[in-house]
Write a protein that binds this ligand. Structure first.
Ligand code: PLP
Length: 387
């Protein structure tokens, strides 16, 4: 296998690090190595880097620096937001109701499931339409006096659909209910303004936007106090204990900044490749269905169900042909469990494992997409015969 010929079309699973991000991080491994909590020169230099990173991220989200808490990634941000809000709110008010969607990432899905099962929270799941889109009116109808938190994914990792966070934010704010959004995919592609959209808690992660794996942030609106999930020292305003991962946080900030600066040019490039993929697949492959919204979707994201094709099988055949895609979300490796997202959007039971996700990136070449589109119909035929 010639690795040079392998084409990566799985940017929703993770992205390669941008050289500029790596370069920004390097001094913070061995040159600027102080503990940001130390008061001496070495500590101050590390702390300065940490606070600059906080300012950079806050500016991009239209937040205040003190509203940004660093975490170990998207999963931890989601856990801290949901569990931290649920327990803090219940302790203060006795309220017990969590409102979420059936199309969340497992980091939310399994967290709310546990809160329901083990901690007696009353977890309610909103309906979604055939594109996995949440109607803000449904949020409005289901908000209750005892709702502790609403959590709605910003843009879906499996099917790309983008939710109307500003409208949902207005509904929640009118009732004084906290709104969390998992923006781990969205932040890589979309402009997010937590003030305009009236979002109270927002999760982001670096590795979906050309930053390092294992680092993320949670935006926490001023005045909200979460129950810490990790206790220890007083770091991160007593919300998330532990010496900060300075180099990785610098990398996260660099990635966030580049995503903001290059947003339009990246999206334009990706959208044209995405539309090429969607158009050609639907035109040339029989029994192909787009999942998620046709246009209100992430600019880099194409996702399908192919009748009578095992998705994992298809991914393996594509891999052997030199193309890396995924079926469902990356977290479903070796676990062909029907996706909660595809079930929620009403994909027929016999096609629930028949999905393919193709996600492009800022450096994806049009020639590679062309080669992919040229081989895909034949590979789907083979996968159908093998079934
Ligand atoms: C990747 C992802 C996560 C998890 O983030 P990690 O940094 O990998 O822990 C959460 N939510 C969504 C929507 C994601 O795409």
């Amino acid at each position: 296998m010639n690795l040079d010929q392998q084409v990566y079309l799985d940017y929703a699973a993770t992205t390669p690090m941008d050289d500029r991000v790596v370069a920004a991080m390097l001094p913070y491994f061995s040159e600027v190595y102080g503990n940001p909590s130390s008061i001496h020169f070495f500590g101050q230099r590390a702390e300065a880097a940490l606070e600059t990173a906080r300012e950079t991220i806050a500016e991009v989200l239209n937040a205040k620096p003190e509203e940004i808490v660093f975490t170990s990634g998207g999963t931890e941000s989601d856990n801290l937001a949901v569990r931290g809000a649920a327990f803090a709110r219940r302790a203060k008010t006795g309220a017990n109701h969590i409102l979420t969607t059936p199309v969340e990432h497992d980091a939310i899905l399994h967290t709310v499931e546990q809160l329901g099962r083990e901690f007696q929270f009353d977890v309610e799941t909103l309906p979604v339409d055939a594109n996995g889109w949440v109607d803000p009116e449904d949020v409005k109808r289901r908000l209750r006096a005892d709702t502790v938190l609403v959590s709605v994914i910003y843009a879906n990792n499996e099917i790309g659909t983008i939710n109307a966070l500003a409208e949902i934010g207005a509904v929640c704010r009118a009732q004084g209910v906290w709104l969390h959004s998992d923006a781990v995919q969205a932040a890589a592609h979309l402009e997010i303004d937590v003030e305009k959209e009236q979002i109270d808690l927002l999760s982001i992660g670096a590795h979906k936007m050309y930053g390092p794996k294992g680092v993320g942030a949670l935006y926490i609106r001023s005045g909200i106090h979460l129950m810490p999930m990790q206790t220890g020292g007083g770091q991160e305003a007593e919300t998330r204990a532990g010496t900060q991962n300075v180099a990785y946080i610098v990398g996260l900030a660099a990635a966030v900044k580049l995503a903001a600066l290059e947003r339009e040019q990246r999206a334009e490039h990706e959208r044209s490749l995405r539309d090429q993929i969607i158009g050609r697949v639907l035109d040339t492959i029989p029994g192909a269905h787009l999942t998620g919204h046709f246009s209100n979707r992430l600019p880099n994201h194409a996702s399908f169900v192919f009748e009578n094709v095992d998705g994992n099988h298809l991914v393996m055949l594509l891999d052997a042909a030199g193309f890396a895609c995924s079926s469902g979300s990356a977290c479903k490796v070796g676990n062909p469990k029907p996706s909660n997202v595809l079930q929620a959007i009403g994909v027929q039971a016999e096609w629930l494992l028949d999905s393919l996700r193709v996600t492009v990136g800022k450096d994806t070449l049009e020639a590679d997409v062309e080669r992919f589109l040229a081989v895909l119909p034949g590979i789907i035929e083979r996968a159908r015969r093998l079934r």
